[in-house]
Every structure is written in C-alpha cells, then in structure tokens.
Design a protein around this ligand. Sequence first.
Ligand code: ZN
Length: 219
Amino acid sequence: MTGSPIGRSLADSLRWAEEGTDLCARAVDGLEEEQYAEGTTLPGWTRAQLVAHLAANAEALRNLAHWAATGEETPMYSSPEQRNADIEAGASRPPAVLRNLFHEEAGALAADLARLAEEQWVHTIRTAQGREVPASEIPWLRAREVMVHVVDLGTGVSFADLPEDFLHALEADICAKRGKRATDVEGTLAARVGYLAGRTTWGVTGADGSPAPELPPWL
Ligand code: ZN
C-alpha cells in the first residue's frame, strides 16, 4: 500500500467514495417526499438539510479537484456562512429537485476525480478546516461524508453495513483527530467507530471495562 501513514491508498479511497455514494443514492431515492422534512439521527438536522449538505459537499470538493487540476487556488467554501447558506438554500427546494441536485453533484465530482492525472493527485490543496493535504485526500474526504451521513439519514443503514476496511481506516482517522488510541475503546469494530464518530454509545466500554464517556459529534 502507498500514500498515507495509516495505510489507505488512493484506490481504496476512490472505491469507498463510490460505494458510499451508491449507499447514499439508494437511501435518497428511497425517501418519500414527506420524509425530507423529518429529523435525522444527527441532532438538529432534517433529511433535506443533510441531503443538501451532501450535494454542497460534492460541489465544494469539486473546487478542490479544480485546484488540483489547474493549480488555481479554489477553496471548498468561500466562508463558513456560505457553507451554511448553501445548505439552507438547498434544503428549501422541493424534494424531487433536491434529489436531482444530489445525483448531479455526486456524479460531477466522480467525473472530475476520474479526470485527475497521476501528477495532479500530489498537488497540495487545503481542506475546509485549513489543513494542507495532497489532492489524493479528496476522495477520502468524500468517502467519510457519504459513509457517515448515510447512517445519519436514518433510513436503516448502520455502521455495521459499511465496508470493514473503510471502518478500520475511519477508526484510525478519528483516533488521530481526537488524540485517542484504538485500544482505548472496547467493542465490535462497528460499535467502536459509531462511538468514536460521536454517533452511538451502545456496545462499547473503556479498555478497563468502565462506561465510555459520550463524545461530541465528529464531521
Ligand atoms: Zn458533513
């Protein structure tokens, strides 16, 4: 394996982004119109807001793909206010329009990424959090969003339904961000990742068997 210190390759990330997008597409297509206004398992978010966020995230990551392809600095969002405004504008659209927007943006991002050449994947870009990373991180950023938010959509997909190799990579990523070690949490892989992502608290304990304290949501 090549690429990142935690052992995920560009090919892995591209595959996970595609698999996660497929899961999201199925979840979004399966929603009845009235379900868009309902809440998700992510506190404070409706399904319409989350689908709008997934569409806007693809659009924002297309800016990074453009940056990698041309060298022209194009950040994900012009500001946090713009990010939030995009979500609200998207969420206020009729469900059928919002569903099409998700498919269009997800497809356009996949096409942009498929066009990047080997030498463009190593170009430095900057994430919305201000981290400078190689463009090869773009599909990983997308994979995280689609895989975690498809669980948040509350249509029946759980962390246990996500690919095992993706869960291992996500666990390593979140542990690094939270300054935790994977061995700090006991439980099945899916339960550990759900916990580390700040989504669930069932099925996990601390390494010494003590109850695991609740973590704030991540992503
Ligand atoms: Zn997100």
